[in-house]
Design a protein around this ligand. Structure first.
Ligand SMILES: NC(=O)C1=CN([C@@H]2O[C@H](COP(=O)(O)OP(=O)(O)OC[C@H]3O[C@@H](n4cnc5c(N)ncnc54)[C@H](OP(=O)(O)O)[C@@H]3O)[C@@H](O)[C@H]2O)C=CC1
Ligand SMILES: CC(C)(CO)C(=O)C(=O)O
Length: 306
C-alpha cells in the first residue's frame, strides 16, 4: 500500500508514521523548516502512546512521489484549494484522497479540483501538533479516524485501506457509510471544543466546572446539529448528549488545534468552523447565537494571525 501524506503535520505525520510502522510505503509531503528537518533528521513522534522515530521519504513536490493508492490529505482547511491544485501527480485511476481535516467544505473543494471519484471524506480524533520542525507531539485523544466514500459505498479501495489501518498500532480507523453525517457530527463537537477553549483560553476542565460555560458548550453542539439537519444531513438522535458525555471524559487539560493556532500566532480555521456554521445557519433560517458569539470574539484573532 503506497500512501502519501499531503501536509505531514500533527495529524498527517502521526497517522502516516503509524501506517509506515505497519509496513506501508509512506511518503511525506511538507514544506519549510519542517520539511528540512524531516529530510535531515527523519520524523520523530513524541506520543503519550509511545515515542517513535523513523526515516521516511519527504518532499514538497508530489511529482517526486508519483501515483499512490491513498493520499491522506491533512493540510489546514485554509490551504485546501492551493494544495488540491498540486495533488494530480499522486493520482492513478483508483487513487483515494482521504481528507481528515476539520470543516465541512474540504471534500467539495477537493472534488472540484481532482474529481469526485477520487475523494473520500474523513474526520480525525487526536490531539497532536508540530512541536518543532521534524517533531510531532501527540498529547492525547482517541487517535482514531473515520473515513468513507462520499456515496457511502463499501468500495474495494476503502476496505483495502482499512485492512492496512487495522494492522497499525497506536491508531484505530473505521469505515463510514455516511460520511456527511460524520462530518456534521464532528463539526458539532469541534465547534464546541475549539470554540470554548479558544474564546475562554483555558483548558476544558475549567470550562466544565462552570455551569454557564458548560451550558454554552452544549448549546454550541446543539446549534450545529440543528444546522446540519436543516441542510439535509441525517444526524443521529442523541448526538448532543453523546458529545457531552465524550467531552465529560476528556482530560481536564484538553484544548484544541484552534486554541493552539490562536496562541501560537498561526493562521486559524475559524472560517471553516464557526464561519461556516454561521453562514449555513443564515441560509437555512436556523438561529446560531452561540456560534455567532464565538465567531465574533475570534475574528480579530483570526485576522491578526492570518
Ligand atoms: N491537530 C489536531 O489535533 C487535529 C487537527 N485536525 C484537523 O486536521 C487538519 C490538519 O491539522 P494539523 O495536522 O494540526 O495541521 P498542521 O499545521 O500541523 O499540519 C499541516 C502541514 O501541512 C503543511 N502544508 C500546507 N500546505 C502545504 C503544501 N501545499 N505543501 C506542503 N505542505 C503543506 C503545513 O505547512 P505550514 O506550517 O508551512 O503551513 C503543515 O506542516 C486540520 O484541518 C485540523 O483542523 C483534526 C483533528 C485533530
Ligand atoms: C477533536 C479535536 C479537538 C481533537 O481531536 C480536534 O479536532 C482539534 O483539536 O482540531
Amino acid at each position: 500500500m503506497k500512501v502519501a501524506v499531503y501536509g505531514a503535520g500533527g495529524v498527517g505525520a502521526y497517522f502516516g508514521g503509524r501506517l509506515a510502522q505497519a509496513g506501508a510505503d509512506v511518503h511525506l509531503i511538507a514544506r519549510g523548516d519542517h520539511l528540512d528537518a524531516l529530510q535531515r533528521d527523519g520524523l520523530r513522534v513524541e506520543s503519550v502512546s509511545g515515542d517513535f522515530s523513523m526515516e521516511l521519504p519527504a518532499t514538497d513536490d508530489p511529482a517526486d512521489v508519483g501515483r499512490c493508492d491513498v493520499v491522506l490529505f491533512t493540510v489546514k482547511s485554509f490551504d485546501t484549494e492551493a494544495a488540491a491544485r498540486e495533488v494530480r501527480p499522486l493520482l492513478g485511476d483508483d487513487t483515494a484522497v482521504v481528507s481528515l481535516q476539520n470543516g465541512l467544505d474540504n471534500e467539495t473543494k477537493l472534488a472540484a479540483e481532482i474529481g469526485r471519484e477520487h475523494v473520500m471524506g474523513g474526520v480525525a480524533y487526536i490531539f497532536s501538533t508540530i512541536a518543532e520542525p521534524g517533531v510531532v507531539e501527540h498529547t492525547g485523544g482517541p487517535t482514531s479516524f473515520t473515513y468513507g466514500e462520499l456515496d457511502g459505498a463499501r468500495s474495494d479501495r476503502a476496505t483495502r485501506f482499512l485492512e492496512w489501518c487495522d494492522r497499525a498500532d497506536g491508531m484505530d480507523a473505521e469505515l463510514s457509510e455516511s460520511i456527511q453525517t460524520d462530518l456534521w457530527e464532528k463539526a458539532a463537537f469541534i465547534c464546541a471544543q475549539a470554540g470554548m477553549t479558544a474564546t475562554v483560553r483555558l483548558p476544558l476542565g475549567e470550562i466544565r466546572s462552570h455551569e454557564e460555560s458548560w451550558e454554552m458548550y452544549r448549546r454550541l453542539i446543539d446549534e450545529v446539529c440543528r444546522v446540519g439537519r436543516a441542510t439535509g444531513a441525517e444526524l443521529r438522535d442523541g448526538t448532543v448528549s453523546q458529545w457531552m458525555d465524550f467531552a465529560d471524559d476528556l482530560g481536564a487539560d484538553s484544548y484544541s488545534s484552534l486554541h493552539y493556532d490562536m496562541t501560537h500566532e498561526k493562521p486559524m480555521e475559524l472560517e471553516a468552523l464557526h464561519g461556516t456554521v454561521v453562514r449555513r445557519g443564515r441560509e437555512n433560517d436556523v438561529a446560531v447565537p452561540m456560534n455567532e458569539a464565538v465567531y465574533a470574539i475570534l475574528q480579530p484573532w483570526a485576522q491578526r494571525n492570518a
